[in-house]
Design a protein around this ligand. Structure first.
Ligand code: NAP
Ligand code: GDD
Length: 379
């Protein structure tokens, strides 16, 4: 019998990790995912892979990128053919508040893995999840593999460290270690505090009357947004290539946050106009005259990355990869899922409100009858 390929994925519970688990299982791999201990379940994105019975090809193991001995024990036991290091504190804004932690996980985490790979006596192909945030305040447009880095956050700086050590272990020790420089990629599984998901869920809730408005930061920031499922296909191709290397993965289109808002509003059949400038700018629903978007200084970052636009010609040529989902399609598919999600929330909300009404009606009745009694007694 042919031995199945074994993959170890850090960040398996995250957006990309969950799609990558699905892809590798479809391809016949045995998949081992790293899971952090949490006080509440953190496996919602992969629970469907277990279904009702245990899947022998899908195993989750407790661990943390801060814990070398734990990582060594797992790698030595699993003996993976491929390691995909997707685990990270991945929120750029939060990296300013959790700078040391971000560096520990996002910069030293990959170093810990590379050290283990260098010291075990079986070959492992290593993928490092790097980021277009490394380009920061861009020194060239569009950004490609040769564009100099200029990171603007503890997150971006940590990913530059990760990029460099991955490259050094490749050239210095001959490891099959590759970097994917991925531009922003989204999906209905995106964390709710990233801007696209915040907009698709937030505007859906506004539409259904579950919240009055949405507060955002910099509406002028431009990003090259793709679809996570397309991007995990590229990640897999990077490790299947005959030689290791560094690859930019991007759509080659850039849009402002404001444009993403407009696209989502259009999908929700809301007519939106902008009034005011800078911090005073507001998005108005022209049908109701209500403000549905406000600018909030809390969502600005100490340093902003104004514009990202990737040139993924190398990946398109060498890996035969190209994205399938466009900006408009991405906004549409995310809006559709989040509107359905918000509708379920609205049903729950109404059920609870009705229960409250029913209970307070009962209480009021009780109160009225006791008041009546009191009155009677008094009278
Ligand atoms: P995500 O949804 O935030 O997932 C991050 C994953 O890392 C989660 O599984 C998380 O576990 C795990 N993690 C966090 N801290 C950890 C630790 N100390 N030890 C072990 N695991 C830890 O991120 P994503 O969007 O899927 O991104 C995947 C990777 O690609 C990240 O490295 C990110 O920096 C990078 N990247 C993402 C994009 C993008 O646009 N999505 C672009 C470029 C690069 P919990 O579920 O327990 O939190
Ligand atoms: N999160 C957030 N929330 N961002 C906002 C908001 C808001 O309310 N309002 C405006 N923005 C702007 C941010 O300032 C940024 O310029 C842009 O929207 C995108 O923000 P995020 O969605 O948080 O993503 P990111 O670009 O900072 O980082 C993502 O992409 C990187 C690749 O370029 C993350 O996935 C990183 O992990 C990834 O490396």
């Amino acid at each position: 019998m042919v031995e199945k390929k074994r993959a170890f994925i850090t960040g398996a519970t995250g957006q990309d990790g969950s799609y990558l688990c699905e892809l590798l299982l479809e391809k016949g791999y045995q998949v081992f995912g790293l899971q952090r201990r949490a006080s509440l379940p953190n496996t919602a994105r992969i629970d469907h892979l277990y279904e009702d019975t245990e899947n022998p090809d899908f195993v989750m193991l407790y661990g943390d990128l801060a814990d070398s001995s734990n990582l060594f024990r797992i790698i030595n036991k699993v003996k993976p053919h491929e390691i995909y290091n997707l685990g990270a504190q991945s929120h750029v804004g939060i990296s300013f508040d959790k700078a040391e932690y971000t560096a520990n996980i996002d910069a030293l985490g990959p170093l810990r893995l590379l050290e283990i790979i260098r010291n075990v006596d079986f070959p492992i192909r290593f993928y490092q999840a790097c980021s277009s945030e490394m380009f920061g305040k861009v020194l060239e447009t569009p950004q490609k593999e040769t564009t100099p880095f200029n990171p603007q956050s503890p997150y971006g700086a940590s990913k530059v460290f990760a990029f460099n050590v991955t490259k050094q272990y490749r050239t210095g020790y001959g490891l099959f270690a590759s970097n994917g420089i991925l531009f922003n990629h989204e999906s209905p599984r995106r964390g709710v505090n990233f801007v696209t998901r915040k907009i698709t869920l937030g505007l859906s809730r506004v539409k259904l009357g579950l919240q009055p408005l949405l507060r955002l930061g910099n509406l002028d920031a431009k990003r090259d947004w793709g679809f996570s499922k397309d991007y995990v296909e590229a990640i897999w191709r990077i490790l299947q290539h005959k030689e290791p290397g560094d690859f930019v993965i991007a759509t080659g289109e850039t849009h402002t946050v404001r444009e993403f808002v407009e696209e989502v509003a259009h999908n929700l059949d809301m007519s939106l106009t902008w009034k005011g400038k800078g911090m005073e700018e507001r998005g108005i629903d022209t049908k109701t005259g209500k403000t549905i978007i406000e600018v909030d200084p809390r969502y600005f970052r100490p340093n902003e990355v104004d514009m990202l636009l990737g040139d993924s010609s190398k990946a398109r040529k060498v890996l035969k990869w190209k994205p399938k989902v466009t900006f408009k399609k991405l906004a549409a598919l995310m809006t559709e899922e989040d509107f359905a999600y918000a509708e379920r929330e609205a049903i729950l909300h109404n059920t609870i409100a009705n229960q409250r009404k029913f209970m307070s009606y009962g209480l009021q009745n009780g109160k009225n009858s006791s008041q009546r009694k009191t009155r009677r007694a008094k009278n």
